[in-house]
Write a protein that binds this ligand. Structure first.
Ligand SMILES: Cc1cc2nc3c(=O)[nH]c(=O)nc-3n(C[C@H](O)[C@H](O)[C@H](O)COP(=O)(O)OP(=O)(O)OC[C@H]3O[C@@H](n4cnc5c(N)ncnc54)[C@H](O)[C@@H]3O)c2cc1C
Length: 394
């Protein structure tokens, strides 16, 4: 292995050209992109991560209309999907998109292994305790010492910054997932259940998400877009109930996954400084209206690397566009009318093609298409958006 590993406080060199805090998905994707560019060959880069990343601590899904950088690592991919609500059932082709599943362990392994041949990387296994940022450098204080750089890219997320404010509502995409195996074929392995809102909503936005990996193996996630998390048993009862409804009574739970992803338009960029940039979920790279982060992170790092070459102050890196404001209003509405979330998604999916929705969520539509998506809502729903807009303006 070519890494320089540091475990002691007897550090000779605690200064780096770049420090990446957190070796999860955004830290690793950024490092991969930096190393792909010969410009960074002579720069010393530190990656500070507290854990050994060797478990399937999450499953990332995303859609693409091209082949992925991680094609060889994918568990599987799908070209069809279903959407259900209490009054509608749709099955559609996703072409030209495919929906892809990547598990964390092979991703971490492939990326950490690929970094080992680069001598300019120092992997520091340490817990970050605090960051002190100044205009021309940032200090990263860890349990293994203090590290300093003019360019610190931080993906360590501090949820407290969201709790101490009221201006931007915070929902969570929270879920429990079960990987189940059945003894007889039960699943159509070509088609995912993207969202199924036909389950009891209990005054919130609740849906089932189901990803079949083979005819006998699938991931079921009982998911909410809401403010408060549930007791684990409640998600699990939701999955049991759903399996029963599908007529699946004999199954084995192979693995469980739990997640809670913040959905908010909180201006994360306010924490940045000339020498500190927040990235990943900590930097607001999670799409506020959906919780999807992975694919957006791959796009953001492709914009960030050329920016880093300019040596401009990091707080000049901005990714805000008009889609931020759509998300802001959507989240305000979903927060205020959480029991009506299923109806909002139902209108979206029944009045627009999934391809159009994916393009909109990928922020690739033009204004005319966005007006068409807005016009798919009922007059009552549009009045909720207008009310939210008025509140934001005045
Ligand atoms: C279970 C789960 C499933 C998800 N599924 C999807 C999905 O299907 N599609 C999608 O687009 N998004 C998904 N997300 C959201 C998002 O893609 C992930 O959370 C993603 O990992 C965020 O990347 P990140 O780099 O911001 O954070 P992380 O990947 O969490 O990386 C942060 C890193 O910082 C390290 N760290 C934390 N504190 C410290 C500290 N004090 N010192 C040093 N290191 C520290 C952590 O160990 C971690 O490695 C999911 C999230 C979860 C939790």
């Amino acid at each position: 292995m070519g890494f320089n590993y540091f475990y002691s406080t007897a550090m000779k060199n605690n200064r780096f050209d770049y420090i990446i805090c957190g070796g999860g998905s955004s830290g690793l994707l950024l490092l991969k992109e930096l190393l792909a560019d010969p410009y960074f060959e002579n720069y010393q880069i530190a990656l500070i991560e507290k854990e050994v990343k060797n478990s399937n601590d999450r499953t990332w899904c995303f859609w693409e209309n091209q082949s992925s950088d991680f094609e060889d690592l994918l568990v599987t991919q799908w070209t069809k999907a279903r959407f259900d609500s209490s009054s509608h059932s749709l099955e559609f082709s996703l072409a030209p998109y495919t929906y892809k599943m990547l598990r964390a362990e092979p991703f971490y392994r492939a990326l950490y292994d690929s970094f080992s041949k680069f001598k300019q990387i120092t992997l520091i296994t340490a817990e970050i305790k605090s960051l002190n940022t100044f205009s021309d450098y940032t200090e990263v204080n860890t349990d293994k010492g203090t590290f300093i750089s003019k360019f610190v890219l931080n993906s360590v997320f501090d949820p407290n910054i969201l709790l101490n404010q009221k201006k931007y509502p915070v929902l969570q995409q929270h879920f429990v997932g079960w990987f189940v195996t059945t003894s007889t074929p039960c699943f159509d392995k070509n088609s995912i259940q993207f969202m199924d809102f036909s389950i009891p909503q209990l005054n919130e936005t609740r849906f089932m998400y189901m990803l079949p990996i083979s005819k006998t193996h699938a991931l079921f996630e009982y998911t909410l877009f809401s403010a408060e998390k549930l007791a684990i048993e409640e998600y699990e009862q939701g999955i049991e109930f759903y399996l029963k409804r599908l007529g699946i009574s004999t199954y084995q739970i192979e693995e469980k996954e739990y997640g809670s992803i913040p959905m908010t338009c909180f201006p994360f960029e306010k924490q940045n400084s000339p020498s500190l940039l927040h990235i990943g979920t900590a930097g607001g790279w999670t799409k506020a209206s959906t919780g999807f982060t992975f694919k957006n992170t791959t796009r953001q790092v492709k914009k960030l690397v050329p920016f880093l070459k300019t040596h401009k102050p990091l707080n000049k890196f901005s990714s805000r566009n008009r889609f931020y404001y759509y998300d802001l209003l959507f989240l305000d509405v979903l927060f205020n009318y959480n029991a009506k979330g299923s109806e909002l998604f139902e209108r979206m999916f029944t009045k627009n093609s999934p391809q159009q929705i994916f393009r909109f969520l990928d922020e690739q539509t033009h204004f005319g298409e966005e007006l068409k998506i807005l016009s798919s809502y009922s007059l009552t729903q549009i009045s909720w958006f207008l009310k939210a807009l008025m509140k934001r303006l005045f």
